[in-house]
Design a protein around this ligand. Structure first.
Ligand code: ATP
Ligand code: MG
Length: 304
């Protein structure tokens, strides 16, 4: 099945506009714009603590952004996770969130839940409509397990799966909600190179099914190989966005990863202020120490 549109002008699937997320005094995401178009795989990279997961949480309604709005296929999304899933955005989590004591198949069926119309009474009374819907759900869930390569482990408990398979199962569960956009938060974390390559192929196959993908990863080889476009977050701000070639050759990106200061770096002004404050505190402390030097060293000796 290939539902990818072949129109020349791409349609915007995701449009995040001016997204800001503050936690008290900390601005984790600052005024970030990002779009993802039909047929695209877009990467989101940045050093640890840059705000990548927080941005995902803002897109999926887990956090209500302090400012900004998120639209999916032209409609502004209410910041409620179940409504976002219903609209067509699915995600996986940086820290795997599976139902450990449920089977692999059951985990996928949970993901299917948003797409089944049968209600609670129908399920409890096992009405004919429910049985039919349940059979269809199981069929679709098995199809997905086949697609990601876990069909032979459908009856295994999720907690008994190797780590790499658990990450894949999370993807299958996300796909079960029939999304138009899939958000992946570090899908290859903890995987060996072979598993990473398989995941790369899997994501290409997902894209080929007409699902746009936004992916966070620290593995640069993986990101630059996979993505049509890459955005770089540094200290909550979007520093650069472009093709893998453009991003790789941008000196500011290298500097941000190495922690080297550069002109106009996000957070540079705040960092300079903190540095100046620290320097003046250190100076004041040194002066006080000099004044009470003799007594301090005596106290230290006494306590030994
Ligand atoms: N719920 C929260 N409350 C307070 N601060 C938070 C919360 N969630 C995230 N932060 C802070 O926001 C900043 C960005 O964190 P985030 O997890 O989004 O970074 P990240 O880019 O995903 O990092 P990593 O690559 O390590 O996963 C960090 O300083 C973090 O401590
Ligand atoms: Mg993260």
């Amino acid at each position: 099945m290939n539902t990818m549109t072949t129109t020349k002008t791409p349609t915007t699937v995701l449009d995040a506009n001016g997204v800001t997320m503050r936690f008290g005094g900390l601005t984790a995401v600052r005024d970030v714009d990002l779009t993802v178009n039909t047929g695209e795989i877009v990467g989101l990279i940045g050093p640890n603590g840059a705000g990548k997961t927080t941005f995902f949480n803002c897109l999926t309604g887990l956090y209500v952004p302090t400012e900004g709005k998120v639209s999916y296929k032209g409609t502004v999304l209410p910041p409620k996770p179940h409504l976002v899933t219903q609209a067509g955005i699915a995600r996986t989590f940086q820290n795997i969130r599976l139902f450990a004591n449920m089977s692999v198949l059951e985990n996928v069926l949970v993901g299917r839940h948003t797409r089944t119309k049968e209600g609670l009474w129908s399920a409890l009374l096992r009405l004919p409509g429910f049985t039919k819907a349940e059979n269809a759900s199981r069929e679709r869930a098995m199809e997905l397990l086949e697609f990601i390569g876990l069909a032979d482990k459908a009856d295994h408990l999720a907690r008994n799966l190797p780590y790499g398979d658990q990450r894949k199962l999370e993807i299958a569960r996300a796909l079960a909600s029939d999304p138009g956009l899939l958000l992946l938060d570090e899908p290859t974390a903890g995987m060996n190179p072979q598993e990473t390559r398989v995941t790369e192929e899997l994501i290409f196959a997902i894209r080929d099914q007409g699902i746009a993908v936004l992916v966070i990863e620290h593995d640069m080889r993986f990101i630059f190989n996979l993505c049509d476009r890459v955005a770089v977050l540094v200290q909550g701000e979007k520093l650069v966005e472009g093709t893998p070639d453009i991003v790789q050759s941008d000196e500011r990106v290298v500097a941000a990863y190495l922690g080297t200061p550069f002109e106009g770096a996000p957070g540079a002004e705040e960092a300079a202020e903190v540095e100046a404050a620290e320097a003046s505190t250190a100076k004041a402390t040194a002066a006080t120490d000099a004044d009470s030097n003799t007594s301090t060293s005596t106290e230290e000796e006494d306590t030994r």
